[in-house]
Design a protein around this ligand. Structure first.
Ligand SMILES: *[C@@H]1O[C@H](CO)[C@@H](O)[C@H](O)[C@H]1NC(C)=O
Ligand SMILES: *[C@@H]1O[C@H](CO)[C@@H](O)[C@H](O)[C@H]1NC(C)=O
Length: 597
């Protein structure tokens, strides 16, 4: 019944749109889909979300022509789990693509790492491919590359429904700004002392043995070469691999760049190291080319344009240098907006604007702690929301920009304040595009519980009527840190665990790998015995917790605690591969090499 009404309404909207644009050929083809995903962009960095001094005209234009979501939430405050959730409509803890407390690793660190989105998870691309879409990923992936032995092929996104891939297999790391020294020998370090001693000992004993045993010179030379080869490997691992090297990543800066700064086309490396300056323009040009190539196809397309900005390190085309009022970070945001403009303009140019549904968001909030070597801030701003990337529950790390645009089908210039999630993407698209439900498109999805839901009604009609009751869970790694309850006019948020911010701030210091990461006993605070409760409908910035002796507190906290208990009893979280050193470490025998760079 409900779907029936929706269908009639949608048809009416479509009919009106078609009547209004008689040039549009009447076709039953579903719409094209363009997803634009920013990286680490704070909600406070965007013009249409209230920033008056940064220039993001293209994102602002999207909002003016579409529906702007003001309470849009990422399922995780880190790249890998948040992207996994967006692509699968499921909490990543359900399939272990989040670390637990055992390791420091926070995301998939290497192309050759074993950790990856399990192959039986169904992504938006898999679903759309099943619906006969042409599917492409341009830009960042970060959900595992599945390299085979010797890295001959690393199919990554091609294993999850994408026909084509051009872009960044893992993420951009600060270490990608080189050069770093390869020759390292630090005699203050016991590892190197041992090596020097072993070298001396072997050379002396070989020389001695030659004399005593009357070897031929060729034997000595052979044994010397062999010894040096073994010592070289030992030196390499001492200098570049080990838990103490790059803190979170387990390798030295040099090796990190050498192993992971690689641009892929399909399953092969085509550029190594990645030339960062101009990367943004290249990704935009690639997207534009995809649109040009498929504008006249009979099949619809799905383009996932996954931006390199505004993640660290900062880089931009030479003409964008110091173009903004906000330092290098501002330059990056403005360049990012410009590259979005290139793709939106291409849509228009190729006559694709009215039959393409566009969605824009960011995988998580700004990284508050990020600074470069000179101490300049290079992370995003989350407006008045507290906290940021990596923190779990706090609003600043998960409340992100979110815009849907589909001219003629969705209202323009509309604003929706009801809480929505990045996980709603897949169900919403299938619904809006009039495609069959997921389990019909991909039968193996039948046993997957989705955490996202279709917000098509909300997008079409706005949030005039009270929203459907909904509960969202906020994890930090695998642990549950907060619950959000949308009920009537209230948006309750209950914290059961919190990070410990540095005095007088909502962050944890400065530095490009610094963050309020919630592992070990370092930063997280167990407050499950006395949860903090807020009503974000009246207290959006979490300034005034509801008093524990009120009836409201008692009622809501009891309800949410019961829910949490039931959830933990009934939903299975597997042991995450990202917490196993073998699954995340650099594996030389799976390392892809660029043969033609
Ligand atoms: C606007 O964004 C810039 C760049 O991120 C930031 O420095 C500035 O503080 C923001 N302004 C506001 C009012 O949030
Ligand atoms: C996809 O194409 C096949 C073959 O043309 C067709 O049988 C199938 O119904 C199509 N699927 C959808 C969802 O349109």
């Amino acid at each position: 019944m409900k779907t029936g009404i929706k269908f009639i309404l949608l048809s009416a909207v479509i009919a009106t749109a078609l009547a209004a644009t008689p040039m549009e050929p009447r076709t039953r083809r579903p719409p094209n889909i363009l997803v634009i995903l920013a990286d680490d962009l704070g909600i406070g960095d965007v013009g249409c979300y209230g920033n008056k001094t940064i220039r993001t005209p293209n994102i602002d234009r999207l909002a003016a022509e579409g529906v702007k979501l003001t309470h849009h939430l990422a399922a995780a405050p880190m790249c890998t789990p948040s992207r996994a959730a967006m692509m699968t409509a499921r909490y990543p803890a359900r399939y272990g693509l989040v670390p637990n407390e055992r390791l420091e690793t926070v995301v998939i660190p290497h192309i050759s790492s074993k950790a990856a989105l399990p192959l039986d998870e169904v992504t938006l691309a898999t679903a759309l491919k099943a619906a006969n879409y042409t599917t492409a990923l341009v830009g960042k992936w970060h959900l595992g590359m599945y390299c085979n032995l010797f890295g001959k092929s690393c199919p990554g996104p091609l294993k999850h429904g994408f026909d084509t891939f051009y872009g960044i297999p893992v993420t951009l790391f600060m270490e990608f700004r080189g050069p770093h020294s390869f020759w390292v020998f630090n005699l203050a370090n016991t590892g190197f002392q041992r090596l020097a001693f072993t070298w001396l000992l072997s050379v002396v004993s070989l020389a001695f043995a030659k004399k005593k045993l009357q070897w031929r010179l060729s034997t000595l030379v052979f044994l010397l070469l062999l010894t040096h080869a073994v010592l070289f490997v030992l030196w390499f691992f001492t200098a570049h691999v080990g838990r103490d090297k790059g803190s979170l990543w387990g390798v030295s800066d040099w090796l990190h760049r050498a192993a992971n700064s690689k641009l892929f086309r399909q399953d092969k490396v085509v550029e190594s190291p990645i030339e960062l300056d101009g990367l943004s323009q290249r990704l935009a040009a690639e997207s534009r080319k995809f649109l040009a190539d498929h504008a006249k196809d009979d099949k619809p397309f799905f383009l996932f344009y996954s931006l390199a900005h505004a993640h660290t390190p900062m880089f931009n085309a030479p003409n964008r240098e110091r173009a903004s009022k906000h330092g290098r970070y501002g330059d990056n945001v403005e360049e990012m907006d410009e590259s979005i403009g290139t793709v939106l303009d291409s849509l228009k140019e190729f006559g694709l604007e009215t039959n393409t549904l566009v969605y824009f968001t960011s995988d998580q909030g700004g990284h508050l702690e990020a600074t470069d070597d000179e101490g300049q801030r290079i992370g995003g701003h989350n407006g008045l929301f507290k906290g940021g990337k990596a923190q779990g529950g706090p609003e600043g790390g998960i409340r992100v920009a979110g815009i849907y645009r589909w001219p003629g089908h969705l209202p323009s210039g509309a604003v929706v304040d009801t809480p929505t999630s990045l996980m709603d993407l897949m169900p919403t698209f299938l619904d809006l595009a009039g495609l069959p439900p997921l389990e019909e498109l991909v039968p193996s999805a039948a046993n997957k519980d989705l955490d996202g839901l279709s917000i098509a009604d909300l997008l079409i009609h706005g949030d005039k009527s009270p929203p459907q009751e909904r509960i969202m869970i906020h994890h930090c790694r695998q642990a549950i840190r907060a619950l959000r309850l949308v009920r009537g006019d209230h948006i309750y948020k209950m914290y059961v665990g919190k990070v410990k911010w540095f005095e007088g701030s909502t962050q944890c210091g400065w530095g490009h790998t610094t963050g309020c990461f919630c592992y070990g006993d370092k930063f997280h605070l167990d407050i499950s015995h006395a949860p903090e409760l807020y009503d974000l409908a009246v207290d959006p910035y979490e300034d005034n917790p509801i008093e524990p002796d009120t009836d409201e507190y008692k009622k809501i906290v009891k309800f949410l605690r019961d829910y949490l208990k039931k959830w933990q009893e009934s939903v299975y979280y597997p042991d995450p591969p990202m917490s196993n050193i073998v699954d995340v470490m650099w594996r030389p025998h799976y390392q892809p090499i660029c043969w033609h760079c």
